[in-house]
Design a protein. Sequence first.
Length: 278
Amino acid sequence: MSRLQKRFDDLKVDGRTALIPYLTAGDPDPCATVGFMHALVSAGADVIEVGVPFSDPMADGPVIQAACERALAHGTSLTNVLEMVADFRREDADTPVVLMGYLNPIDRFGLERFAEKARDAGVDGVLIVDMTAEEAPEIMPALRAADLDAVCLVAPTTGVNRLARICANAGGFIYYVSFKGVTGTGRLDVDAIAEKIALVRGVSDLPIAVGFGVSTPQNAADVARVANAVVVGSALVRQIAEHGQDTTATQRALRDTLGAMRTAIDEQDMKKQEARRA
């Protein structure tokens, strides 16, 4: 059983919603990332999503684009990101780690080599943002051979037929993008999200995580009403940008920001459990 499956199975038994924070590896510099990961776990993260910096992050808004630029300015490479995960694993053998990035760096690295190195570093899942359903059959075998879950994106515009095709190749969890657009923008429409999640659950038994647009504890609680997991990214990356090289202050801000979301989600989970008992 993979770390991702075990974590979601345990959360289901406990009636809890997963909290998945995102950070860009190497931002503001490579030495800070592992400490940030541990800080997020201490604040209640169930899974950590680590962004692989890329020069053209087309699905990301200005906050994460700037984070990628800062990371690349320090020379952060895919090899460095894998080294960060391996370093994180020296103290944390349990928290699942998902790499989120684009196909170009993986192609340059070599798909099979990447999959093997990622497994050896302690990566549990990979989300390739720009991998299409048509490309998946060429990419998935290498990931599966390395026991890596292939997390797939689903958008509000995804039709039912294509939805089934995407979910057939997915592993770990399904990442539902809450609105049309890039990260860090837009407003959450939880009723619309719930309708789309119902369609996804019609074609997949995997947990469903919702991301893009979660920036406040109330947002996180609202999403927890309808999803199995809440993903928060830009709100945390803003904290990293604001505090710059002061890693102690950044870790404190990350713990405070994520901790408030964890509390809001837990309160929402308690309400759901009470409603089921009533």
